[in-house]
Design a protein around this ligand. Structure first.
Ligand code: ADP
Length: 219
C-alpha cells in the first residue's frame, strides 16, 4: 500500500535519511525505533508529504485524504475547544460526527480550550480526532510519550483494534520494549539508515543476542 524506494533526505548539508527502502501493507503494525535524532520524525514527514526528498514514495491514493498523523506535538489554534478541534478535523474529511460524548474515549474536557490542555491531554485529543476521521493509515510519532499509564493501555488496545480493522499503522519510539507488544515488524533506524528489521513471530524474544546488539541503546 505504501512503497518507499531509495528515500534520502538532507537538511542543508546534513544527511538525515539515507537510502530508506520499506514496503508497508494494510492490516499491519510497523514500529520504527531509534535514538533521538535518528530520523524517525523526518521519515514520517516525508511519508506524509510534508517534506521534499529524493527517492520515491508510492501510495495508492492521495495520502492526505486518508492519513492520520499524530505528531509529537500537535498544533492547536488559540481559541478552539477540544470539541471544536475534533469537529474541524472531521469536517475536513466530510465525516459526520454524532454523539461525540460517547466517542470521548479519554474522557477529555471537550469544552475547554485545547491550548489549556496538558501535554498528555493534547496528544489524546489529537489522537481522538484522527481516529474519528476514519483514516485508513495512521502514523503515530511517539504516541506513548507523556501520557499516563491508563492512557498507554487504552492506546495499545486502540492500535490492536486498528489492526483488526485492516488499517495500516506506523509507530515510532525511542524505546524498543514499548513497540514489542504491538508491532508485527520493527525497523531499527540508526543515523538515517535502517540497520535491522525484526519480525514478531520469529525474533521478538528479547533474549535474542543479535537484537540486543542493536537495541542496547533503547532500553
Ligand atoms: P527523531 O524523530 O528520530 O528524533 P528527527 O527526524 O526529528 O529525529 O531528526 C533527525 C535529524 O534531523 C536531527 O539531527 C535533527 O536535528 C535534524 N532536523 C530535523 N528537522 C530539521 C529541520 N527542519 N532543519 C534542520 N535539521 C533538522
Amino acid at each position: 500500500m505504501i512503497k518507499i524506494q531509495n528515500l534520502s533526505k538532507k537538511y542543508g548539508k546534513i544527511q538525515v535519511l539515507n537510502t530508506i527502502n520499506l514496503e508497508l501493507e494494510r492490516g499491519k503494525i510497523y514500529g520504527i525505533v531509534g535514538e533521538n535524532g535518528s530520523g524517525k520524525t523526518t521519515l514520517f514527514r516525508c511519508i506524509a508529504g510534508m517534506e521534499k526528498y529524493n527517492g520515491k514514495i508510492d501510495t495508492i491514493q492521495n495520502m492526505k485524504d486518508y492519513l492520520g498523523f499524530l505528531e509529537t506535538e500537535s498544533y492547536f489554534f488559540s481559541k478552539i475547544t477540544g470539541r471544536e478541534y475534533i469537529q474541524l478535523l472531521c469536517n475536513a474529511r466530510e465525516k459526520e460526527l454524532v454523539n461525540i460524548e460517547e466517542k470521548n474515549i479519554f474522557d477529555l474536557p471537550l469544552d475547554k480550550y485545547a491550548t489549556a490542555y496538558s501535554t498528555g491531554m493534547k496528544k489524546k485529543l489529537a489522537l481522538t480526532a484522527i481516529l474519528l476521521q476514519g483514516n485508513s493509515v495512521f502514523i503515530l510519532d511517539e504516541p506513548f510519550n507523556g501520557v499516563d499509564i491508563q492512557s498507554n493501555i487504552i492506546i495499545t488496545e486502540l492500535i490492536h483494534k486498528l489492526k483488526e480493522l485492516g488499517k495500516l499503522v506506523i509507530i515510532s519510539s525511542h524505546i524498543f520494549s514499548t513497540l514489542a507488544d504491538t508491532c508485527d515488524e520493527i525497523h531499527l533506524l540508526e543515523n538515517g539508515s535502517f540497520v535491522k528489521k525484526v519480525f514478531k513471530e520469529r525474533e521478538f524474544d528479547l533474549s535474542n543476542a543479535v537484537i540486543w546488539q542493536h537495541i542496547r541503546y533503547f532500553n
